[in-house]
Design a protein around this ligand. Structure first.
Ligand SMILES: Cc1ncc(COP(=O)(O)O)c(C=O)c1O
Length: 388
């Protein structure tokens, strides 16, 4: 069998390798605390589950959805108005996605031809680069360096690269580095995109997981944003609905239309009961959002403060459901440390190198376990002596 050449760019995903490590340890009867994959373990609010169950009981809801319910787009528009003071036309400036992941892979295919140049952050959430790779595009990595607060430095992008670039992806609060971007960054991105005629996508998956009393807005709040780009937002983390697969592409109507056209040839829309659950999430009681945020903040404090108290200085992350930590000095690479941490302490984390070249020297820990498990992880790391 001769498979497509494009598949040669994809090795076994890091999470499959980490899962194999975890299984080996469990088979030996040893305990494991898994802080690798960012899958939320906090269930959605009861009214969301009830809306899903009620809609699932209705036989009429098993047809192909084909399109978004108008009520869903309207609910998303009202959400953006209420939360970010951004006005959007539900029919032309909003498209529902089967999670941002669906959108991230497909928007690249809808914009980029083979050989086109795409600007992606480094380190980044893997599909940011995988979508353009599927499209046969060339990638230019924009480093997010510690010395620059992990914010992309647009002035470092060479003139010829900027001129050739067709599409640019940015995302703050950032996975994996956890930082928020200042207002000036978004203004600079819009000016840069206008100057060089570049389309922009801002992925805002963690807008509601911001800690220490801070908050963040939307890319679409900044003047001119809709002229150059779109934002993705998702119900996965904000409403604990990761498995339900609902997100949105919002903003520039040509980009929304183009992505919708591609998707209409690929999928048949979101299962209607899930659309109804999403409407319930967006229009119902919002107290869950704060309760959920506070739960992640407590987990962050326990993990960061706990690790720092046992000799691994890990700063409290400002946002997201992740902690981005420096690899202790005696380890040569993030993967070497990840393997040792699993072997000696049974704690599974993701090597920074999995997120791109600038991720080396770090590990990412996902706050996806309850507080007692996080405490067990800290204790196991201390008892293993790995930090000595
Ligand atoms: C930055 C970022 N974008 C998008 C996603 C995918 O979200 P969704 O569940 O909406 O596909 C994730 C998931 O971890 C993420 O970290």
């Amino acid at each position: 069998m001769q498979f497509a050449k494009r598949m040669e760019q994809f090795g076994e995903g890091i999470f499959s390798s980490l899962l194999a490590m975890k299984k080996r340890r469990l088979a030996e009867g040893k305990p494991v605390v898994d802080l690798s994959v960012g899958t939320p373990n906090i269930p959605p609010a009861p009214h969301i589950i009830e809306a899903l169950v009620e809609a699932a009981k209705d036989e009429k809801n098993y047809i192909y959805a084909i399109q978004d319910l108008s009520e869903l787009r309207l609910a998303a528009a009202q959400w953006y108005e209420r939360r970010y003071q951004v006005s959007l036309d539900p029919e032309t400036e909003i498209l529902a996605l089967l999670g941002s992941q669906d959108g991230l892979a497909h928007i690249a295919l809808s914009i980029l031809d083979e050989g086109d140049l795409m600007l992606v952050p480094d380190p980044c959430y893997p599909v940011f680069a995988d979508g353009p790779k599927l499209a046969g595009a060339e990638l230019y990595y924009m480093p997010q360096r510690k010395e620059n607060g992990y914010i992309i430095d647009l002035s470092q992008i060479p003139e010829d690269v900027a001129r050739r670039a067709k599409f640019m992806l940015i995302s703050y609060p950032n996975n994996p580095t956890t930082v928020l971007a200042p207002d000036s960054f978004y203004r600079d991105v819009i000016a840069f995109a206008k100057k060089y005629d570049i389309m922009v996508l801002h992925d805002n998956a963690y807008s509601e997981l911001v800690f220490d009393g801070a908050s963040c807005g939307s890319f679409l709040q900044y003047p001119g944003a809709k002229d150059v780009g779109v934002e993705f937002n998702s119900l996965s983390k904000t409403y604990g609905m990761a498995g339900a697969r609902v997100g949105f592409c919002l903003g520039n109507r040509e980009m929304v239309k183009n992505l919708g056209l591609l998707k209409s040839n690929i999928d048949y829309g979101i299962f209607l009961p899930i659309q109804k659950a999403a409407i319930a999430a967006l229009t119902g009681d919002q107290s869950y959002v704060e309760t959920n945020r506070a739960a992640y903040e407590r987990r962050r404090d326990l993990l960061c403060d706990g690790l720092t108290s046992i000799g691994w200085r890990v700063e409290r992350c400002p946002a997201t459901m992740f902690v981005w930590a420096d690899v202790p000095e005696k380890f040569k690479s993030s993967m070497e440390f990840v393997e040792a941490l699993c072997e000696r302490a049974g704690v599974i984390v993701t090597p920074g190198s999995a997120f791109g070249p600038s991720g080396e020297g770090h590990v990412r820990m996902a706050l996806v376990q309850d507080e007692d498990q996080i405490q067990s992880a800290v204790q196991a790391i201390r008892e293993s002596g790995i930090l000595l």
